[in-house]
Design a protein. Structure first.
Length: 211
């Protein structure tokens, strides 16, 4: 291989990066934060454990072509192409999908921003600097399952939500997922659902750890 080609390849790989962000549930939104605390108070009492801080996750993927934000968010109603929307699903019940307020969207947003990223905790966490992994993850985003948000339609053991989308992509792209944990004292509902569904797809044993 010519030196010029080696230098070009090295530069491309130096631009590759997959970063995971942990955002407190309801960051920037008082009502969501309060509802999350109520949910966790009830869940912790039922499961006989201390209450935890709740987190949701997002990814930022860098490749030579640009930087992409990967996240699940409420359907915005704005230009889908502008926000990199590649899939949609229903919130709460499948029949409600006809109403935008009850739809979510999965974004692969080039040059996008993660809302309230300034409130992220122990972030970003670099999951990989491998260009092939980064490209694989980006290719997988349109294939992410889109069951009803907040329900366990896929029988994964817990509800499907934004954390499920991110963990499905992490596992599906071959990244190490067993060592990933939310910040100390925190919990990420839905994370294991994504791992379980991804490992069914690849034939690996499901991971039932509680996050």
């Amino acid at each position: 291989m010519a030196p010029e080609q080696r230098n070009t390849d090295a530069a491309a790989h130096s631009e590759a990066r997959i970063d995971l962000y942990w955002l407190p549930l309801g960051a920037g939104g008082h009502s969501v934060r309060v509802n999350g605390r109520v949910f966790e108070a009830v869940a912790s009492r039922m499961e006989r454990r201390p209450a935890c801080d709740l987190y949701h996750s997002a990814l930022e993927v860098g490749v030579p072509e640009g930087r992409f934000v990967i996240e699940q968010a409420p359907a915005s109603g704005d230009d889908k192409a502008e926000h990199g929307v590649v899939a949609e699903g229903a919130v709460g019940a499948s029949w409600a999908r006809r109403f935008r307020i009850f739809r979510y969207e999965v974004r692969r947003w080039r040059g996008g921003v993660i809302p309230d990223v300034a409130e992220a905790v122990d972030s970003p966490r670099c999951l990989s600097e491998d260009l092939a992994r980064a490209r694989r993850l980006l290719e997988l985003v349109p294939q992410v399952p889109t069951p009803v948000w907040g329900r366990d339609e896929l029988r994964a053991g817990e509800m499907w939500n934004s954390n499920s989308v991110i963990s499905w992509l992490v596992a599906g792209s071959g990244l190490e997922s067993d060592s990933i944990r939310p910040p100390a004292g925190g919990r990420a509902p839905g994370w294991n659902a994504g791992l379980v569904v991804a490992r069914r797809r690849t034939g690996n044993r499901s991971d039932r750890r509680r996050l």
